[in-house]
Design a protein around this ligand. Sequence first.
Ligand code: T5A
Length: 213
Amino acid sequence: MSRGVFITLEGIEGAGKSTVVQWLGEWLRESGRTVRVTREPGGTELAEQVRRLVLEHGRERLSAEAETLLMFAARAIHLDNLIRPALAAGDWVVSDRFTDATRAYQGAGRGVDGAWIETIATRVHAGLAPDCTLLLDLPVAVGLARARARRGPADRIEAETEAFFERVRAGYLALELREPQRIRRIDATAAVPAVQAQVRAALAPWLTGAGRP
Ligand code: T5A
């Protein structure tokens, strides 16, 4: 059996990832595929506990390096218990964020050494990268306005400054330049149906089987 297809969604806060992930999972299932929709940090019971540790406000200082390691700890658990078994069973995995988020948030946003991040990434998921990453891109002010209109108090990372999210967005766009085959930029300022049309177009090679791993 060939392994399943691994799709990730990335972007700053309020870009519309969760909205796309839910729709995409349903749309793929309607076309007869078995799909696991998941998210990071989190996706499994234990990894969701790590998510709470890293996103909740706490009294103790959490350094950028500690934050990076917690993201990878959650990811290692997620990979072992959900992502790798699902892909091995031939399922599609659609994840709201993966290692590009660490590159953008901890690397570009917090200034954590990129080479160190790649060393850990290689250790945690050697031989496995997303087949296609959809980068939902929009101006920071638009994303933050959407995110803030939707929910209550900001978590530890959402409470960051606009300058931080500008660095995160620039980090994502630099990743797209580095890996244009894998990372497809989606204009996330568009209305939801137009965003969905862009996603369908970006995934076309995978849907026809032409891009299968
Ligand atoms: N993180 C994560 C790291 O720092 N490093 C890492 O390695 C990882 C994995 C959790 C946090 O962890 C950080 C990044 C994050 O700060 P998360 O759970 O993905 O990440 O949380 P957020 O990005 O904060 O999720 P949001 O809910 O803010 O953003 P989404 O999912 O991009 O947006 P969504 O779909 O919830 O939409 C937000 C609002 O906009 C509307 C929706 O209806 C909703 O109200 N909307 C649109 N409005 C107009 N037009 C469209 N096209 C719209 N699409 C959605």
